[in-house]
Design a protein around this ligand. Structure first.
Ligand code: DQA
Length: 144
């Protein structure tokens, strides 16, 4: 069987994870989260590729390039999750099964965070479990 390929996409400000608003997002850095995801992938003989950008168009471009090249996507689009129809359309266009992750419990915060325009085009969303949400998403995508 061919090795599964998982793409992990992090959007705006998520490069600061582990250093910004630690009481909300925890103290695990994005580099640490990414290396754990690579390790989880290796355990199952899968390839995990990680990408982060603060530029919306770059997120759209990587989603386009994911078409036919990945078996699953984990995306934390940061604040774009709440209003980017362009990222939503790109998730649909790439045709790859996508899981949305938010480290914080977006439902327990400001009103604007309660809406995700990408949630309806994802297979599911994991919110409020910190870095662990990414690992659960990876385990799910490696199993299905
Ligand atoms: C976030 C939640 C968003 O509302 C916020 O803009 C982020 C991080 C999370 O992981 O909890 O940047 O996506």
């Amino acid at each position: 069987m061919k090795a599964k390929r998982i793409l992990v996409i992090n959007g705006a400000n998520l490069n600061l994870t582990g250093t910004r608003e630690k009481e909300i997002y925890g103290s695990t850095t994005l580099a640490e989260i990414e290396s754990e995801l690579v390790r989880i992938g290796k355990e199952s003989g899968a390839e995990v590729t990680c990408f982060q950008s603060n530029i919306e168009g770059e997120i759209i471009n990587i989603l386009h390039s994911a078409r036919n090249n990945f078996d699953g996507i984990i995306i934390n689009a940061g604040a774009w999750s709440h209003y980017s129809y362009a990222i939503r359309d790109a998730i649909v266009a790439c045709g790859v099964k996508t899981v949305e992750v938010h480290m914080s419990n977006v439902f327990a915060r400001e009103e604007f965070r309660r809406t995700s325009v990408i949630a309806p085009v994802c297979v599911g969303s994991i919110v409020g479990l910190g870095a662990y949400g990414y690992y659960l998403a990876a385990k799910y995508l490696l199993e299905v």
